[in-house]
Design a protein around this ligand. Structure first.
Ligand code: NDP
Length: 337
């Protein structure tokens, strides 16, 4: 069994030296256990937080432990009546080829699911995050302007498309012209601005000529700087993630802008709320799944994966995702079905 364990805590962007690629013999299967063969491994920005021991909402991965992560697996061998060889399950077995489970916490996906990897993306954690953050905290109304960055990633693309379904004007923010074009032509956004452009903030202001009513925050940094002056009175800001800061080793340079930020929040009565998807919304997963299945079957939501083959490529694929070199949901194909 090949696996990546955490060898040391990264300072800044993770490097291959922060991980050990090990091979271990799998132990004999006990009664009640199943042997899981990883087919797909999800890579998600939150994993950067688990590599660090800074205080957070979840415990860090300990040095020497296998890196965590959601996976879609097939049952390779079963000593558990509830699972048969070949069954597909959603699991949380991390950066490795095989794992043993007593069946607890495995979510059955059936014998022949049509798109098993979707359980890691559009039908899973990122899709659910987009749905709840936008609809419950953002509460968009028809005719309002919604802005979302990381607009072609699994969260951002879903946020924008749901906002369109709710009758909003949607302006995306993405890295590069190819992604921006995709957001407009394929995802149906009204506009999408390249955050690498020199005149990014003036382009954003032009695209949001009626201001911004909902800013779904995925990235922070200079995108938030450009958004803040455009927020309308009573704007909502679901604070989902701050990916521009995950590899930061110090606070950004420049004057302290905390007072100005607080002043804007006060005078414009802005409501900004953070959330952690499963901690806050696990009880509403079925509501999401019903809507999303329907939208997908009606062709109303498009979903794109960035599939990378081979467990060996996990560290570089993870860094590529934080750098924006992914185009869609990052998934590692660990084994063939
Ligand atoms: P993505 O696959 O979209 O990957 C992150 C993207 O962020 C990159 O592709 C890149 O896109 C963009 N990005 C990186 N650095 C910057 C920067 N400096 N400025 C602007 N954009 C940048 O990720 P996900 O869709 O999986 O996740 C999106 C956000 O949602 C993350 O912040 C994540 O942590 C958060 N999240 C939060 C959850 C919660 O419960 N609160 C649950 C799940 C996700 P581009 O090339 O377009 O710039």
């Amino acid at each position: 069994n090949k696996q990546f364990t955490l060898k040391s805590r990264p300072h800044g962007a993770p490097t291959i030296d922060n991980f050990a690629l090990k091979s271990e013999q799998m132990p004999e299967l006990q009664q009640g256990e199943v042997l899981l063969r990883t087919i797909y491994l999800s890579l998600d920005p939150y994993m950067r937080g688990r590599m660090s021991d800074a205080k957070s909402y979840a415990d860090p991965v300990e040095i020497g432990d296998v890196m965590v992560g959601a996976t879609v697996c097939q049952i390779e061998q079963s000593n558990n009546d509830k699972f048969a060889k070949g069954d597909w399950v959603l699991a949380y077995t991390g950066w490795q080829e095989y794992a043993i489970s007593n069946g607890e916490g495995l979510m059955p996906l059936g014998k022949e699911p049509s798109n098993p990897s979707y359980a890691l993306g559009i039908m899973g954690m990122p899709g659910f995050t987009a749905y709840m953050g936008l609809l419950d905290i953002g509460a968009p109304k028809a005719g309002e302007t919604v802005v979302v960055a990381a607009a072609t990633g699994p969260v951002g693309a879903t946020v924008g498309q749901i906002a369109k379904l709710k009758g909003c004007k949607v302006v995306g923010v993405a890295g590069g012209s190819e992604k921006c074009l995709y957001a407009i032509e394929k995802l149906g956004f009204d506009a999408c601005i390249d955050h690498r452009a020199d005149d990014f903030s003036s382009q954003l202001a032009k695209a949001c000529d009626a201001g911004i009513d909902v800013y779904y925050e995925n990235v922070g940094g200079k995108v938030f700087d450009a958004v803040l002056p455009l927020l309308n009175t009573a704007a909502r800001v679901p604070l989902c993630g701050l990916v521009s800061q995950y590899n930061a080793t110090e606070l950004p340079q420049g004057p302290d802008r905390m007072g100005a930020l607080m002043g804007q929040i006060l005078s414009k009565r802005i409501r900004m709320q953070g959330f952690i998807i499963f901690d806050d919304y696990a009880h509403r997963y079925d509501e999401f799944a019903t809507d999303m299945k329907k939208w997908l079957s009606e062709g109303k939501i498009h979903y794109r994966e960035h599939l990378v083959t081979g467990l060996d490529n996990t560290v570089s694929a993870f860094n590529d995702m934080l750098d924006g070199k992914n185009f869609g949901k990052t998934v590692i194909q660990v084994n063939q079905p």
